[in-house]
Design a protein around this ligand. Structure first.
Ligand code: PSU
Ligand code: MN
Length: 314
């Protein structure tokens, strides 16, 4: 397979750098699953983040696909990270590595910078690399208090315009879930629950809101992605896969802690890109680490499902 990005004579070539196994898998038309790097640098503490990154790659391999963790390193878009690169990224404190979304990606690359890719930026890089399936933990969404802050994650708008199937465990209860669903509908993004009718809410299997769509078979999810392309519709699909039951933190337990973390964020004036990492870190402390165990379990589960969707030819 050739790179879908067509070089243009008056523009710089895209500095896409593939690991050998990812390049070989793409060339042979084998299943590849993209993985993000912001969850490593800004979503989890060291060293659990490094172990998680390795375990997720292994889960993708065990399920029969090739993992491609994506990040920008010294101005190169790395599609697949070797051990040294993963070690280096995981070991750096969040502040030292940019958190890259659609808005910052080109600046970081053009200036030779290093940054971890969010869901939005990972989708862009995956699409340019010819990868159509991506596994993550939770996506960004409409934040509570959006009336005051206008804080809506770029992840939602990316899903509307970049043709990648994103496998998540839903959106975190730190967000305004009804408004997140409304905006996804407006933007034309299919939100597809797997194995249940209820929208999963990241740490909890249920949100109390019905998911707009449900498909239980990975082959159906892959077929829907192909039909979107056949229809000429831009944009991707959001698959919402409930956290495994044994790892779940039920809603009545997590919600008071979420409310407390949100109150602390407001009191400390946390804003913009810092909001999501701050809340994750506080909830980690307030649950004595249980939120991290849940987060790792759901990412592993999403990686396995993503591998099956990729193998079915999304
Ligand atoms: N959800 C998680 N862990 C994370 C993130 C989301 O469970 O680390 C990251 C993802 O990279 C997502 C980003 O794209 O947070 C959203 O950030 P923001 O809300 O600033 O758009
Ligand atoms: Mn935001």
């Amino acid at each position: 397979m050739t790179d879908p990005h067509v070089p243009q004579p008056d523009l710089p070539p895209l500095p896409l750098v593939f690991t050998r196994d990812v390049r070989a898998a793409l060339d042979a038309g084998r299943a590849v699953v993209a993985l993000e790097s912001t969850i490593i640098t800004h979503g989890m503490p060291y060293p659990q983040n490094l172990q998680m990154a390795r375990d997720v790659e292994a889960a993708v391999r065990d399920a029969g696909a090739v993992p491609a963790t994506i990040a920008v390193i010294d101005g190169q878009i790395r599609i697949g990270l070797d051990d040294a690169a993963l070690d280096d990224l995981a070991g750096r404190p969040g502040d030292d590595v940019m958190k890259l979304s659609r808005a910052d990606l080109a600046v970081c690359i053009a200036t030779g910078g290093t940054g971890a890719t969010t869901v939005a930026a990972t989708m862009i890089c995956a699409a340019r690399a010819g990868i159509r399936v991506f596994a993550t933990g939770g996506i960004g969404g409409v934040h509570r208090g959006v009336e005051q802050t206008m804080d809506v994650s770029a992840d939602l708008y990316e899903l509307a315009q970049t043709a990648v199937t994103v496998v998540s465990a839903g959106a975190k209860a730190i967000l305004d879930l009804p408004r997140t669903l409304e905006l996804l509908e407006t933007l034309g993004v299919p939100v597809i629950a797997v194995g249940q009718d209820d929208l999963p809410a990241f740490w909890s299997r249920e949100s109390g809101l019905p998911a707009p769509l449900r498909l239980d078979d990975p082959a159906q999810i892959a077929a829907a992605a192909r039909m979107r392309r056949a229809l000429g519709l831009p944009g991707g699909q959001l698959v919402v896969n409930p956290i495994p039951a044994e790892a779940e933190i039920p809603r009545d337990q997590i919600m008071p802690l979420v409310d407390q973390a949100l109150a602390e964020a407001a009191a400390q004036g946390i804003a913009a890109k810092a909001v999501t990492p701050f809340l994750l870190d506080r909830i980690f402390a307030l649950t004595a680490g249980r939120s991290l165990d849940a987060n790792i379990a759901l990412v592993l589960s999403n990686a396995r499902l993503a591998a099956r969707i990729a193998a079915a030819g999304a």
